[in-house]
Design a protein around this ligand. Structure first.
Ligand SMILES: [Fe+2]
Length: 374
């Protein structure tokens, strides 16, 4: 269903783009003094169109994203100029320059892609403080990292740098929120990815839940490694995998790690336990921390007595302004950030990287440092 929707959107965008591009290139060539009726100029025109349409067809690539951004910005500037002239009845020369020279769309489209590339490689640590009424004997500093999708953008040096920064924070707990690897991760680097993450030191250890990509359900046969190779890489790095399991971190702090909501890897995976089932034996005087890749059942989590949910998955849309789409076309309850409802807290990270292409224009590439204070 999701892929059918994406295919429909891409086809619709490409059709609109074809007709718009034909008129835009005519205008641009005319503006720069070229006769669009001449055969040579026509060849140039259709060649440029073919190149841009070809780039756009591969929308989940850097050239495809550049073409898409540039054409959308051209359309937006056209619309702004049209409205300006209709409302103010002036500015014909300036508007003609903006709408016909193509300088603004090309510059802004290129700037968006360059910014997105730099932003995705500029990992930051985002800090949150969460208060609780529960009687904790100490505070807990939790480091959270998700959506690395190793192989898309960050290389090993950049990952090590991020892990060094997390180590400097001296966390009590290090949580990996899924989609650490995916179908783009080279098999020969799988062990090194988890060995690097396993090198983060924390008081109570490192725990991992699967996401929809690294669980093999999404990657399927395209993944470069098998599920058992993935599990071995994780566990050999000293990382504990949680699949609908509850761990008592301390007598006052309980961690629940859920199987991913779209896990499709094997028979048992069809039966993701409900949050009610998972929490029914937990003493509610304890602080209940939930690690769930997709932030899609927050109301149920609250009702079940969970105090804090940490999730990733949305990438905050990855591309501006798609953030809100992650809750409209996908069943996520929160696109990004910190939601507070009484004593219940949910925090969704934009992820340390993203899927498919090394461009991120929505939010920072981040890991989280969450301090829980009693
Ligand atoms: Fe995901």
């Amino acid at each position: 269903m999701f892929f059918a929707f994406v295919a429909f959107v891409v086809a619709a965008v490409l059709t609109c783009e074809f007709f718009y591009l034909r008129s835009l290139i005519d205008r641009v060539l005319g503006f720069w003094g070229l006769d669009t009726q001449k055969r040579k100029i026509k060849i140039i025109k259709y060649s440029v169109m073919a190149v841009i349409m070809g780039m756009s067809a591969f929308v989940f690539t850097v050239p495809g994203l550049w073409a898409l951004h540039t054409v959308i910005i051209a359309g937006a500037t056209d619309l702004i100029c049209l409205l300006f002239r209709l409302i103010f009845k002036k500015g014909a020369r300036v508007c003609r320059f903006i709408a016909c020279s193509a300088i603004i769309p090309v510059v802004l489209g290129t700037a968006a892609i360059v910014y997105g590339y730099i932003n995705m490689h500029s990992v930051v640590g985002t800090e949150y403080t969460v208060k609780t009424e529960k009687a904790l004997t100490r505070g807990y500093k939790i480091a959270f990292l998700s959506d690395l999708h190793y192989g898309v953008s960050l290389d090993m040096e950049e990952l090590k740098k991020a892990c060094d920064a997390i180590n400097e924070q001296q966390p009590d707990l290090f949580l990996l929120g899924g989609d650490i690897v995916d179908e783009s991760t080279p098999k020969d680097e799988l062990n090194q990815v988890f060995a690097t993450l396993g090198g983060v030191k924390s008081t109570f250890g490192t725990y991992f839940v699967y996401g929809n990509h690294d669980n093999m359900g999404f990657a399927g046969d395209r993944a470069d490694f098998t599920k058992s190779e993935l599990e071995n890489a994780i566990t050999q790095a000293g990382i504990t995998i949680l699949e609908d399991q509850v761990v008592e971190i301390t007598p006052e702090l309980v961690l629940v790690g859920r199987r991913d909501a779209s896990f499709r890897g094997d028979e048992k995976a069809k039966s993701r336990a409900s949050i009610e089932e998972l929490t029914k034996e937990i003493d509610r005087s304890k602080y209940i921390l939930l690690l769930d890749h997709q932030p899609r059942e927050l109301a149920l989590d609250k009702k079940a007595g969970v105090d804090l949910v940490l999730s990733g998955h949305t990438h905050a849309g990855q591309l501006f302004p798609a953030e809100s789409l992650t809750t409209v076309i996908a069943p996520n309850d929160l696109a990004y950030g910190h939601a507070i409802d009484g004593d219940f807290n949910a925090i969704v990270s934009s992820g340390i990287a993203g899927w498919g292409f090394p461009i991120k224009t929505s939010r920072y590439a981040e890991y989280l440092i969450v301090t829980v204070e009693g």
